[in-house]
Design a protein around this ligand. Structure first.
Ligand SMILES: *Cc1c(COP(=O)(O)O)cnc(C)c1O
Ligand code: SF4
Length: 365
């Protein structure tokens, strides 16, 4: 079969939801060139300059399920801008670093000491950074290093995630540490993306966590239902809805165009099974930094009973300066949103501050 016929077949399969989520991961687009070709953008990248350095640093990874929501031929598409390795990634903007949230620092300190406390008494990284506790009562477990999409603005782009790619003995150690700390009522499965794990591995993990008596809540942080909606399998819904733990699900969607029918159906499968689903978005220049974009995102989310939770100020990660929106603009957007939507549709505008005891709410002075 010719390359274009194969591509056509994959495309049709992706559109019709006929492929498994694992197959969707395998057929994901993995280069800027392929992305430009599939989207009928200038093949020599003259209209769409890109950064070879950025791409080498953090490869392109876009499943066809997500790609088919991008308008062909439009270099300004808000979904394309999230995954395109733009020329600006090579810019070295002042204040932008490889570890804006202070997690790599924790990890490196960990190599020097068996268990470390950073300057903030609440920040603890254990197991080579697999288990991170920054805030009281809840810890974050890096369940898997990989993601279902590579978002160019992400602070994780500089993390050495290839170091461990499988569910491994570090996980057993992390579980033992959770068991040994009765103050931990909530375990957050994050990554990477925890839903890159198969249902059977995830089911085991959830069972092991639920066997720890003092843990009451399990939180899943995942972009998979948005990117590859067929990841929300019946088995996954059963694992989560039958657990003795109170399960909260946090998805990550930045723009209403991400919510196609298959994605809405996937989110509804979770909500209908009784699992509360919240959304976090990142405020991104040219992508969702208009009141229309945010209004459309938040209203479409509440229409499917997904509650906007956080709107994150961009972490100042090296190579992502072109995504930054000034605080003042963010505050104005939230004010305007409040005039247009019900109170429960308004996300809390926050930023991550290394060493702080919680996310920091951004407010007018
Ligand atoms: C953001 C974050 C959490 C969760 O914070 P909430 O305000 O409870 O949503 C937990 N642990 C870490 C390390 C985090 O970065
Ligand atoms: S961690 Fe989340 S935001 Fe970052 S690349 Fe993965 S899916 Fe995207």
């Amino acid at each position: 079969m010719s390359e274009s016929l194969t591509a056509q077949r994959d495309f049709v399969a992706a559109t019709s939801g006929q492929v498994s989520w694992q197959q969707a991961m395998k057929s994901a687009v993995r280069s800027a060139r392929e992305l430009a070709e599939k989207l009928q953008l200038d093949q020599r990248f003259t209209k769409l300059p890109h950064s070879e350095e950025g791409e080498a640093d953090f490869p392109v990874f876009v499943p066809l399920e997500f790609l088919q929501r991008i308008r062909p031929g439009d270099p300004q598409d808000p979904l394309l801008l999230q995954v395109w390795p733009a020329a600006e990634e090579a810019d070295k903007a002042a204040g932008f670093t490889i570890d804006p949230v202070g997690e790599l620092g924790l990890k490196q300190l960990h190599f020097a000491n068996d268990r470390i406390l950073s300057s903030a008494p609440t920040a603890i990284a254990r197991n080579e950074g697999r288990l991170i506790q920054k805030y009281a009562g809840r810890c974050l477990l890096i369940a898997h290093q990989a993601c279902g999409i590579h978002c160019r603005y992400c602070f994780r782009r500089h993390y050495p995630y290839q170091e461990a790619t499988r569910f491994d003995p570090l996980m057993q150690q992390a579980l033992a540490e959770i068991k040994a700390d009765p103050s931990l009522e909530e375990v957050i499965l994050s990554g990477g993306d925890p839903l890159v794990l198969t249902d059977s591995v995830l089911g085991d993990l959830v069972e092991q966590i639920s066997s720890i008596k003092h843990v009451k809540r399990l939180r899943i942080h995942s972009r998979m239902p948005i990117v590859i909606p067929q990841r929300v399998t019946q088995a996954l819904v059963e694992i989560l809805s039958s657990s003795r733990l109170a399960v909260w699900f946090i998805v990550h969607c930045n723009h209403a165009n991400e919510l196609d029918q298959a994605t809405q159906n996937a989110l509804e499968r979770l909500v209908n099974s009784g699992i509360p689903v919240l959304n976090q978005a990142v405020l991104l220049a040219r992508i969702n930094d208009s009141v229309e974009a945010l209004e459309s995102l938040c209203s479409q989310l509440i229409n499917i009973r997904v509650q906007p939770y956080y709107l994150h100020q961009l972490d100042r990660v090296l190579g992502a300066a072109h995504f930054e929106v000034p605080f003042q603009s963010g505050l104005l957007l939230i004010d305007e949103l409040r005039k247009r939507l019900p109170g429960y549709a308004i996300p809390t505008y926050v930023r991550e501050e290394a060493g702080a005891a919680s996310k920091t709410v951004i407010q007018a002075k």
